[in-house]
Design a protein around this ligand. Structure first.
Ligand SMILES: C[S@@+](CC[C@H](N)C(=O)[O-])C[C@H]1O[C@@H](n2cnc3c(N)ncnc32)[C@H](O)[C@@H]1O
Length: 205
């Protein structure tokens, strides 16, 4: 019943006014570290998927072309507001990560921060990211994951019933997800709460 795209749209529209109070400071270091792993070049075309209120914007280079999308219109409004207050030119649009409205081979970098553990079908989201990325272009991920070498145990799966309804899935495994979607992982490091939160840089192959 929960963890559907419709439920996510509803709850993130409701969370939008308080999102920064919860997430700004808490993830500041982790998002900077993740974005710092990207090999940035002037003029790159960059897509933020599930961009929330745009908390990544302050940590992006100024000489790239930025597109930011989110499922929840209340989030997209806040992205546009943040971009304006930062003096950044950002194309902000409401869009489902499962159906990106961009052509194939269009972006140099796709950023997916704290969305793969939220969307009901992360495989589909990653396939879309792969489709819109140019060959060998970069995917920047920061999220919470279960260790790749062991599936989630019973207790974690039980807790996941609650966390996935109100916040996020805690049983997903990064490496199988990314590799199945056609990405080669170049960097994978823990960035927060031990190894629960990881920052990964991968290439579309
Ligand atoms: C935990 S927030 C992360 C926001 C932001 N990336 C950040 O790092 O602060 C998850 C975001 O993903 C968005 N989202 C969830 N499902 C989505 C989907 N199918 N397509 C696009 N955005 C989605 C939500 O609306 C929410 O803004």
């Amino acid at each position: 019943m929960f963890n559907t795209t419709g439920w996510n749209r509803l709850r993130y529209n409701l969370y939008a006014p308080v999102y920064d109070a919860v997430a700004e400071r808490a993830f500041r270091r982790a998002r900077r570290e993740a974005l710092g792993q990207v090999n940035w070049q002037p003029g790159m075309r960059v897509l933020l998927v599930g961009a929330g209120t745009g908390l990544d914007l302050p940590w992006l280079p100024r000489d790239v072309e930025i597109h930011a999308t989110d499922l929840a219109p209340a989030m997209v409004k806040r992205i546009a507001k943040r971009a304006e207050s930062l003096g950044m030119d950002v194309q902000a649009d409401t869009m489902d990560a499962e159906r990106l409205e961009y052509p194939d081979d269009h972006f140099d970098v796709v950023v997916m921060h704290l969305i793969l553990a939220v969307m009901p079908d992360p495989e589909r989201g990653l396939m879309e990211a792969h489709r819109v990325l140019k060959p060998h272009a970069q995917l920047c991920v920061m999220d919470k994951f279960q260790a790749d070498d062991e599936p989630a145990g019973l207790a974690r799966r039980a807790l996941n019933e609650l966390t996935s309804a109100i916040a996020t899935d805690i049983t997903r495994q990064a490496r199988p997800l990314l590799e199945t979607a056609g990405f080669a992982i170049e960097v994978d490091r823990p960035v927060m709460m031990g190894s629960l939160f990881r920052a990964l840089l991968a290439r579309a192959v």
